[in-house]
Every structure is written in C-alpha cells, then in structure tokens.
Design a binder for this molecule. Structure first.
Ligand code: AMP
Length: 552
C-alpha cells in the first residue's frame, strides 16, 4: 500500500516542523522494529520481560517477534494493515505487539473489555484486517469470530498464544523482517491508539515510527533509566501509558519490564520477586500502595511515579517512606508527557506533574475557548505542540478543526496552571473541560453513554457524571428522567447496554431518578450541580460505611 491509500485521512506534520524534528534528532530515521532489534543486539542476554509465568531475554524476544512477523506475512498480512489488539498483560501480548510492528502491520490499541459497540465502530473506522485476541479472557475468541462474520475488512482472527510462525527458520524470518523494514517510512503509522477524551465516538490517534519510541525513551531518560533498571507495570499494557511508560520506555534503554496485572497483591509480590526498581502507579492503585501488601515491593524500589489524579500529601509521604523517590506524570495517548524532574524539590513533585519531557515541547495555558494565554497561577486549558504530540486525529476532519489552535497547539481538554517553584515553571493539573469519567484510568465518554441510554424507551432524558470512588477515583452515575413514571432498575439499564454491546466498564454504577434535569439559562444541562449533588450523597454514604478519601 502507498501512503495515499489513507485517502487524506491521516494529517501529516507540517513539513517545516517535521524537517526541524528530523534535523534536531527529536525524530528518528529508524523504524520501531529496527530500534528494538538494535537494543536486542546490544543486550542479548539481559532479561527483556518478566511475567508471573515466564522470563524472556532480549535475544529471545527479538527471535520470537521475527518469527511472529514472518508468520503474519505468511498468512497474508501486509504493511499498513490495521490489526485490532484485544490483549491483556501477558508475554504473548508483548510478542504480538512487536511481531506485528516488525511485519509493518498496525496494532490498534483497543481494550480487552471492549465489545461489539466499540469494536464495531473502531474496526470499521480503521479498516481492520485482523483481530488479535487473548484466549485467557472468557468469551473473547468467540466474540472476535462472531464479529468477523460479514465484516467488510476483517480476514483473520488471531489468538495470541497460537504459535504463529513458530515453524519458520529464524534466519529466514530475520531476512524477511529486514526486507519489510526497508519498505517502511519512519513517517508511517506504527500504532493507532484510542482517545479517551473527545466527544461522541472514540477518536483514533495515529502514532508514527519517527516519534513513538522516542516519546518513551524521553520518559525513560527523564527518570534516569538504563539497562539495570527493572520497570514494573500493572495497568493495561496496550494502553498508551503501558506502551510508552512500560514496554517501549523499558526497552528503549535495555531495561527489564516486569509485566504484572492490575491485581495489586499479586503485582506487588511479583515486583518483590523480580526486584523492581521503578513503577508507574495509576490512580486506580493509589489506595493499594497504602495497603500492607505494598511493603514487600519496596525493598528494591527507587522511583514511584503517580499518575491520573491529584496526589495528596499523605499519599506522597507514604510512597516516599524508606527513601523512595516519588514523582508524577501527566500523559495522554495524543502525545504530551509532563513528568517530575528527578532533582525537583519535594514540593514540586507532590503538587505538580512536572515539566515537559522534550526540549522541543511547547505548552500554553489558554483561557478555554480562546487563544489567549492566561497568567501564571491562573487555571486555563493545557494546550501543547511538539515532536510527539499529534497534529490530527485519524479520519476526523470536523473534530480536528476545533481540537487545535490556529497555530497547531493541541487542546487537551484538561485544566492546568503554572506554578513557579524555585524559579522553575511546573504544571499542575486542576480538572478538565472534556466531559469524561476517569474510572481508574479507563475513560468513559459521557456524551457517548448518554446517547446509548436514551435509546431505552423508559428514559426521557439523561445526564451522566462522575461520582467519587475511594478505589477507582471516579465511577459513573446516571441522572435519569423517566419517560412513563416507572423507574428502571439498574439491572434493566445494564441489560439494555449489554444488548447494545457496550463494554461493561461503561455501565452506570448508580442511578439517580429526578423529575427534570437542571439546566442553565441557555438550556444546557448543569452537570456541575449534578456532580456536587452526587459527591455529597456518596460522601454521606461513605461516612455511614466508615470509608473515606483520606487514603486516596
Ligand atoms: P489517556 O489518553 O487514556 O492516557 O488519558 C489521558 C488523560 O488522562 C489526560 O488528558 C487527563 O485527563 C488524564 N490524566 C493523565 N495524567 C493525569 C494526571 N497526572 N492528573 C490528572 N489527570 C491526568
């Protein structure tokens, strides 16, 4: 396929910026497959990945991913073929990721939890040719097979633990991978990530070879990682945070990735056994790091990076106990990473998410809806531009018109402010404009869920808002107005969403029936009022049950 096959659905970086990034080295001239191979040649015998079940060296990872790439090519997959990834935190997932990339095919980072509603939309949007699934998730293989029936583009359902390409001679596989690699332009898409934070249907984020591995390497360098670092990762690895802070970041410097699962006690045990030195903790695990089971993981820990929600002084102090360095990260699949510099003072590491990780990053805090920069200390919308931040969503021309400023700064939808500490300008995250619920890191788009709920004949109107949750940070609450005076049960609402094929993590966890949705004088639903209302109710409920947020 040639680049024109994307039919203008891919927005290229402006040529002056692309040239500048190439000549400064901010962009790589090598593909991602070649970069992994280069590290594997340098550190062949060092461990590349440790899971609860297996350990694999760099040489073995390189060999297995060559074989998988050759096996995919043998099955007829071609460079630029998008492949849906619905895989969990297992070694097979790592092999599938790099093997696909070496074959030139493009992983589409969906979630194992997605179902017909999401997968149907995304697979059609990108023209997915194959669907990689994990046989350890009950029903997923069957789901993928059913989904492929009559699908306009899907030709292959691939099960990650099948030995694809295992019978190919490793030397021939390497030769083939080298040949495929010569045909890949570093400006080509390496992976499609999904946006958590835009309106309506999920938007597809194209990441390119030239920048994606570098984004991860910059993060690794910010934390001072090298081949002796042992990086643990608990949250879904195929997410952008997993790829950029776990997989690619560890491998960009020859470090070892300890691939754990979101189950905190077993993850902490694996971290202790494998002597993990560094870990990213998403806000879904803020409570878990304050539990006794975290203590075993501390022994070899040097750095803990907290991400996804505000960090309380208690949490920060708790993590730092025993000499561990605690810092923060703001990251998004669209690109922009801000992280605490290692030598920044504790105050900056506790109250801010740090500074951009690339010297080529540009950030502005703008008055929402305008292009006016606000004064330091004032809250506004975080907007950014740089070598690894997207210049356009895939096939979304209308949305792209409003998602960027006139000079190409991406509007994140997050609220932020600049704090000056010891003369350094740090960024703090102060909320968001975008209408999403951040359920332990999984983003739920309120508008999308409202459009699905309103399809039920018993619902006249609906507004979906985040309600606080001690463990996940936020959960979904639906405020509903009945169509006929009857109140549906939560089971009936969930059955409705199940029938529509909506992923379970999006199903509301609480319903509040009201006579009318509160509206502003221009007729817009007043979600701020609803958020305050539900927060008050949840806090009262928690007071009765004895739980609180002190541990968040
Ligand atoms: P994703 O693209 O799924 O990684 O989600 C990115 C979004 O997560 C951001 O736009 C923010 O809304 C949120 N986020 C990420 N890091 C932080 C953080 N440190 N503090 C608050 N929100 C965050």
């Amino acid at each position: 396929m040639s680049r024109s096959d994307w039919d203008g659905r891919l927005v290229p970086y402006p040529s002056d910026r692309a040239d500048a990034y190439r000549s400064s080295g901010a962009w790589s001239t090598l593909t991602t497959g070649r970069r992994l191979h280069g590290v594997a040649v340098r550190f062949p015998d060092r461990p590349a990945v440790i899971t609860a079940d297996a350990t694999i060296t760099y040489a073995e990872l390189d060999r297995r991913t060559d074989l998988l790439a050759a096996g995919l090519a043998e099955r007829g997959l071609r460079p630029r073929d998008p492949v849906l990834f619905q895989l969990t935190n297992r070694l097979d997932t790592v092999v599938a990721w790099y093997g696909s990339i070496k074959a030139g095919v493009i992983p589409v980072a969906t979630l194992a939890a997605h179902r017909g509603h999401e997968i149907g939309q995304i697979s059609r949007k990108v023209g997915a040719v194959a669907h990689f699934v994990d046989s350890s998730v009950v029903g997923l293989v069957e789901f993928a097979r059913n989904h492929a029936v009559g699908h306009p583009t899907i030709q292959h359902v691939l099960v990650a633990d099948e030995p694809i390409g295992a019978d190919i001679d490793p030397g021939s596989a390497r030769t083939l991978v080298e040949r495929i690699d010569r045909g890949i332009d570093p400006a080509d898409v390496v992976a499609f990530q999904l946006s958590g934070g835009t309106t309506g249907v999920p938007k597809v984020i194209p990441r390119i070879h030239a920048e994606y591995w570098n984004n991860a390497q910059l993060y690794a360098q910010r934390l001072g990682w090298d081949e002796n670092t042992v990086v643990a990762h608990l949250i879904p690895i195929v997410h952008n945070a997993g790829i950029s802070c776990g997989l690619h970041a560890a491998h960009s410097v020859g470090a070892c990735l300890v691939l754990a699962t979101p189950d905190a006690p077993s993850a902490f045990q694996l971290m202790a056994q494998s002597r993990a030195t560094d870990v990213l903790i998403g806000h879904g695990h803020y409570q878990a790091v304050q539990s006794p089971s975290f203590e075993q993981a501390r022994t070899h820990l040097r750095h803990v990076v907290l991400s996804g929600a505000k960090v309380s002084p208690d949490l920060f102090e708790h993590v730092q106990a025993g000499g561990v360095w605690a810092g923060q990260l703001f990251g998004m699949a669209e690109g922009m990473f801000l992280a605490s510099p290692p030598d920044s003072p504790a105050e900056a590491r506790q109250t801010t998410v740090g500074t951009p990780i690339s010297v080529h990053d540009d950030i502005r805090i703008l008055e929402p809806g305008t292009e006016d920069v606000v004064a330091d200390g004032t809250i506004g919308e975080l907007c950014c531009r740089g070598p690894y931040t997207i210049v356009g969503y895939f096939d979304a021309p209308d949305h792209n018109r409003t998602a960027f400023t006139s000079d190409g700064f991406y509007r994140t939808g997050d609220l932020a402010a600049i704090s000056l500490i010891d003369g350094v300008r740090y960024v703090s995250i102060e909320g968001r404009i975008k209408d999403v619920i951040n359920r332990g890191g999984e983003k739920i788009n309120a508008e999308e869920l409202e459009a699905l709920l309103i399809l039920h004949s018993g619902i006249a109107s609906v507004a979906v808002v985040a309600m606080p949750d001690p463990r996940l940070g936020e959960k979904t609450c639906a405020y509903l107005v009945s169509a006929d005076g009857e109140r549906l049960s939560i089971e009936e609402v969930r059955d409705h969403l199940a029938r529509l094929g909506v992923a379970k993590y999006k199903w509301p966890e609480r319903l509040e029936w009201i006579d009318e949705l509160p509206r502003s004088n221009v007729g817009k639903v007043d979600k701020r009022l609803l958020r305050t209302d539900i927060a008050t109710k949840v806090t009262a409920d928690l007071a009765v049950s004895g739980e609180n947020y002190a541990t968040r």
